[in-house]
Design a protein around this ligand. Sequence first.
Ligand SMILES: [Zn+2]
Length: 456
Amino acid sequence: MSCLIDTIREISPEWQTQVDELENAPTISLLIMAAWQLARVLAVRLVEEILAKRSQVKAEWELCPKCGKRLQSKGFKPRQIKSIIGEVKWERRLGRCSNKCAIGQVAPLDKELGLISHQKSDPGLQQAACLLAIFVPFETAAMLLRQLTGGDVCGQAIWEWVQSVGQRMMKSLEAELEALAAGELPETEAISAETAAQTLLMGADGVMVPFRPQAKTSEGKTKWREVKVAIFARLGQVRTRAGKLIPRLYRHRVVAVLGNIDDLSERMWLEGLKQGIKEAPQVVWLSDGARGLWRLFDERFQAYATGVLDFYHAAQNVWSGVKVWLDGRTTRCQDWFTDARHRLRHGQASNVLDDIKAAAALPGLPAAAQQSLTKLYNYLDKHRDHIQYDKLKEMGFPIGSGLVESTCKWLIQQRFKGVGMRWSEDGFNHLLHLRLAWVNGRFDSFFPASTPSPKL
Ligand SMILES: [Zn+2]
């Protein structure tokens, strides 16, 4: 029977090695790998053949932008780019102004192919490399790329691509923020009717990242800086095998910034608008007590969202306050706490508040205990509206901010807190924006010329 492999052997003697390897591969893995290598060289040949054909088409020379004279052909010149199938080479016509205007050489075919001058790699290769760099260190990304494709690039080149794409992403975000500040609302992302009917959940937290103390040197003591992270998600339900309905989050959108609360606030507002914060039937804000986040809630989101103080955080505060009053090592203290936590959980917050107030007013109370109880009372009193846990539970809301914390862990720790890692501000920001774009489903839009990347 006629075989593809024989045809390939006949076409080109330069593929003999690959063909032999394929035919002699002993195991299925080696067989597949050998076929893959052969497919790559075939792909390169195919691309080069097409390019050679296209370069033969007579160019309609454009006019010189300086003097208006029609450009003239100066013959064929070689061009090459790196790609995921390997190095691709071809020759194409170059034109020049016959008046010798300083406009450089013009290559109509390059333009037609979407190439800019001095570009050494295919945008598809850059996209694949940037995608890998979102998850693994630059050198590892280069190694994986080499192993999985024919893309031969070094970690440094990937680092540079990430800087350039990250910069583009940051500029685009800045433009959106400026437009918003000028009163121009962003477009709400299109969602299904089912999603639109679901509760929109939001929350924020902070996480520390190690930075270099000075630019351009790795010397000096690590400087830890806080990155603020916020998340939006839709709260849906899924039926378990036992037929029980349990909550599940969909459509995660993440905001993060190396900056202050105000920087976070404007970014969250922008994302909130995109996620339909004004149209959602219900919006829930979930967070622990930290770092000015409740001020952000009061100032920006109170009009749209129901605030929920993380239950475990509230309970932790009750314990800290009570243990100063009743010695934390005693059963009495533990019993008091267990009972208060139980009541808090089941919607008796004002009842617990009354007890704390009464305890703080006990005659003969040591000053430290009185102070501690008063502080606890004021804290819970301030959050009175945010600790109605029974109602929240009834409405199917989660009462812990685990969602936000696990997002922080995943978004930041996984890539930015590896052993020995320390970041420059720009380096961190650029990669962070690539990660955000990917999580938020906007990564591909920054590589318009190439194909969609797979959703992992
Ligand atoms: Zn000219």
